[in-house]
Design a protein around this ligand. Structure first.
Ligand code: ACO
Length: 331
């Protein structure tokens, strides 16, 4: 019989670009107000990459911190999975470019496209590779430079997005280790694929002068419809994973969800009947960094000593696709 291994989160790191875009700055760009943005989204500021920064530049910095916190060497990494919708290039993958930057080669490196659920999809895949014994230290990253695909004439979307990277090392756990990834659920409902979309630049609508003029290379979103689906899909995926493991939210020490809108997080917390103080939120500082929100929040919660060794943590996200997913683990 094949030996069964377990996976755990052994290190985390995050990085955001220096430049900060505040709500007051946005008041000068579109018809909006600090009050509207704060009350409707919970956001105060977000970090924006410079002209010459690309996704792997942020991912590299976050990775160095994750490697340090996992107390491993670069060469111990044997797989890279990068969740992104705003990589350095449409191809090759961002993971391969990051592999080169880290001075590594000769192991699998690939990207996952699942919108804001990307990091949870990537962590789920890493879990399988650790549990089947093929990999020992998987670098799992969520990185986005959404500012470069945002239409700063559209007040419905431009106030929401920020740039950042969250990196995690998912490693093989020692048999006596209490830290481990317990379970993860993934889902998608493609019937809603066009509610959140970068319309042009792929094989359906290749880049032309017209697609650029019509702003079809930027994010299009029907926020209202997504709002309701977000709460429902995150609730379902959380319940599924809790039920499967004979738990309820009373057993959970921390809930970290995708940071897309404070009202979505609050509504989900209420629906799951979880105490407010168990929900970690950092949306006010970073806005929506898509696949990076969950690993960035996880890193902050660990570094601030909120999440401690032995805590039971539930992560959940939703995003373009529409995708959704959750991950239950013991730190
Ligand atoms: N400033 C001022 N007013 C605004 C702004 C703004 N920035 N944006 C929209 N409004 C106006 C609208 O024009 C509308 O005005 P009207 O009533 O005169 O037509 C009014 O505010 C209400 O608009 P709604 O869209 O109903 O506002 P809502 O309360 O739903 O908030 C928001 C909009 C914040 C986008 C919300 O729907 C949301 O967060 N949705 C989910 C977004 C999300 O989670 N996306 C998925 C992840 S992103 C990713 O995967 C990359």
């Amino acid at each position: 019989m094949m030996e069964k291994y377990f996976a755990k989160i052994s290190g985390t790191g995050m990085y955001v670009p220096e430049k900060i875009l505040t709500n007051t700055d946005l008041e000068k760009i579109v018809d909006t107000s600090d009050e509207w943005i704060r009350t409707r989204t919970g956001m105060s500021e977000r970090h924006i990459a410079s002209k010459d920064q690309a996704a792997t530049d942020l991912a590299y910095e976050a990775t160095l911190k994750a490697i340090e916190s996992a107390r491993i060497k670069h060469r111990d990494i044997d797989m890279i999975i990068c969740a992104t919708i705003s990589g350095d290039h449409p191809f090759p993958s961002t993971a391969c470019i990051l592999q080169k930057k880290l001075g590594l080669r000769d192991f699998p490196a690939f990207d996952v496209s699942a919108g804001c659920t990307g990091w949870i999809y990537a962590a789920n895949i890493a879990k399988q590779y650790i549990e089947n014994g093929i990999a020992e230290n998987v670098l799992v990253i969520g990185v986005e430079i959404l500012s470069k695909i945002t239409n700063y004439d559209d007040r419905n979307t431009c106030v929401l997005f920020g740039d950042g990277a969250g990196a995690t090392i998912i490693s093989r756990a020692e048999p006596k280790d209490i830290s481990r990834l317990i379970d993860s659920d993934l889902s998608a409902d493609g019937t809603y694929y066009d509610l959140l979309i970068q319309d042009a630049g792929g094989s359906r609508k290749p880049a032309t002068k017209e697609t650029v003029q019509e702003n079809l290379h930027t994010v299009y979103m029907e926020g209202n419809k997504i709002f309701k689906l977000a709460i429902k899909s995150m609730y379902n995926t959380c319940q599924k994973v809790l039920k499967r493991n004979h738990m309820d939210t009373k057993s959970i020490d921390w809930l970290i969800t995708h940071q897309a809108n404070l009202r979505i997080i609050d509504a989900l917390g209420k629906k799951l009947k979880i105490d407010e103080e168990k929900v970690f939120i950092n949306i006010e500082k970073y806005g929506n960094t898509s696949s990076a929100t969950v690993p960035m929040a996880l890193d902050e919660a660990i570094r601030e000593n909120r999440i401690r060794h032995g805590d039971l943590v539930l992560l959940a996200s939703f995003g373009a696709g529409l995708t959704s997913g959750s991950l239950l683990f013991r730190m």
